[in-house]
Ligand binder design. Structure first.
Ligand SMILES: Cc1cc2nc3c(=O)[nH]c(=O)nc-3n(C[C@H](O)[C@H](O)[C@H](O)COP(=O)(O)OP(=O)(O)OC[C@H]3O[C@@H](n4cnc5c(N)ncnc54)[C@H](O)[C@@H]3O)c2cc1C
Length: 404
């Protein structure tokens, strides 16, 4: 039996290994070929986690995932974060969790993850066709014909989504799926930066701890906290990326609220500022704010309350100081849009749970067709959740492509 896999990314490589191991256990003669349009495998995998590959998380539940809950609950328990750690350890890769529970290879290098996956593929006799762009898939008898020339009895689509096309994922596979009659939910960029109307360009490059909330009609629909990165168009960094899907879906009437110095509640911060003013009336307001924030923010924030950053604290009323602290705690900008697929880390939307059998990831309508990874209608938060999905779904699709 021939199994074809479209995509040598995280999920495709893992599906190849799991299919090969299942075939070996069952003593089945299976030939596996992975078709990859790039000249090399795992290009996106190498870029993950800033080159360090945050490959899973020590604490995983459905709340970290968006899209189809049915897919998550049917697939994840079959291959969990512990299974991922055990698998990598069993093939020679040690890992560790950082203070936020993010799992990384001990080498802190994504090359290590790719290297062990490729070695396992080699051990299992998986074949590769690099520089092979699958443009058409036609059904031939019980199987599939790729580009009118390559036959596969079973086909696993592990071609990713539409995010980060510079790594080979331009979403063209969805055109192929459409041709086969496979349904998918609308695709949108997720884990991306948020463009804001009227955001000051001068804050570009500033990083600060903060909380970001997305409001629609005054109601908070998403929030996260961590290091914000300001850009010349708006806000990025992990918390902004986490709430970007909600911002993008509601861009026409959403507002971003940034709270700086989130560790200290408003009243406590105001009291501290008043006490500082009493002690050092000849200090300027910029110096006061520099005790909490990077210089560029300390320079800019007073101007929002019509106060010069050089104004002396002794000359400021309690009301004026309160106005400045209010700005620290509540900066509001309308959402203009979110950055598109070329900036986004993942794709929201994809092959829906009506098109697949969630327990096996087999296509309901077309026997022999399977899906794994980001091509499915599920996407996770930052923190290793997306690669964990690649492993979990790669395991299920790989195994079942041999069993079914
Ligand atoms: C910059 C960046 C950093 C990230 N960091 C993290 C992180 O630290 N932790 C985390 O969990 N997630 C991270 N992600 C997300 C994670 O990388 C993806 O969710 C994951 O790689 C998806 O795996 P996949 O196998 O579904 O798809 P991909 O890894 O995207 O692989 C799909 C492969 O299919 C190939 N392909 C597509 N179409 C065709 C075709 N028609 N013919 C042949 N080949 C084709 C592509 O070239 C590609 O190699 C990051 C993403 C980006 C962009």
């Amino acid at each position: 039996m021939k199994i074809g896999i479209i995509g040598a990314g995280a999920s495709g490589l893992f599906a190849a290994i799991c299919a090969a191991r299942t075939a070996r256990q069952l003593n089945k003669n299976v030939q596996i070929t992975v078709y990859e349009r790039n000249a090399v495998p795992g290009r996106k995998l190498l870029a993950t986690g800033n080159g360090r590959c945050n490959f899973s998380n020590a604490s995983i539940d459905g709340a970290a995932y968006h899209g189809s809950e049915r897919l998550f609950s049917a697939v994840y328990p079959q291959f969990t974060n512990d299974d991922a750690v055990d698998f990598f350890r069993s093939v020679g890769l040690r890992s560790f969790a950082d203070e936020a529970g993010r799992l990384y290879p001990m080498s802190r290098k994504s090359e290590s993850v790719l290297a062990v996956l490729l070695f396992q593929c080699e051990q299992c006799g998986v074949g590769f066709r690099y520089g092979y762009d699958v443009r058409t898939v036609a059904r031939r008898g019980q199987g599939f014909l790729l580009n009118g020339e390559e036959f596969a009895d079973r086909l696993i689509v592990a071609a990713g989504g539409k995010a980060s096309p510079q790594h080979g994922t331009d979403g063209s596979v969805f055109g192929i799926l459409q041709g086969l009659g496979v349904s998918f939910t609308p695709l949108a960029p997720a884990l991306t930066a948020i463009e804001l109307t009227g955001f000051p360009k001068r804050l570009k490059g500033v990083r600060a701890q903060g909380q970001v909330r997305i409001l629609t009609d005054g109601k908070c629909i998403a929030r996260d906290r961590g290091e914000l990165q300001f850009t010349d168009y708006g806000v990025s960094g992990i918390p902004a990326m986490t709430v970007s899907e909600a911002a993008g879906k509601n861009a026409a009437h959403a507002e971003v609220v940034l709270e700086l110095v989130p560790e200290i509640p408003f009243r406590a911060m105001l009291n501290e500022c008043l006490a500082f003013r009493k002690k050092f009336p000849s200090a300027c307001v910029k110096l006061l704010l520099q005790g909490y924030l990077p210089e560029k923010l300390a320079q800019w924030l007073p101007t929002l309350a019509d106060v010069s950053p050089e104004a002396l604290l002794g000359d400021l009323s309690e009301g004026t100081l309160r106005g400045i602290v209010c700005k620290v705690k509540d900066l509001r900008y309308p959402v203009k849009t979110v950055k598109g697929f070329s900036f986004a880390q993942v794709t929201a939307g994809g092959v829906d749970d009506g098109a697949v059998i969630p327990e096996t990831l087999a296509c309901r309508k077309i026997p022999g067709l399977f899906f794994c990874g980001e091509v499915l209608d599920i996407n996770g938060d930052c923190g290793g959740y997306n690669l964990q999905w690649a492993w979990s779904s790669g395991y299920v699709a790989g195994k079942n492509s041999v069993l079914k």
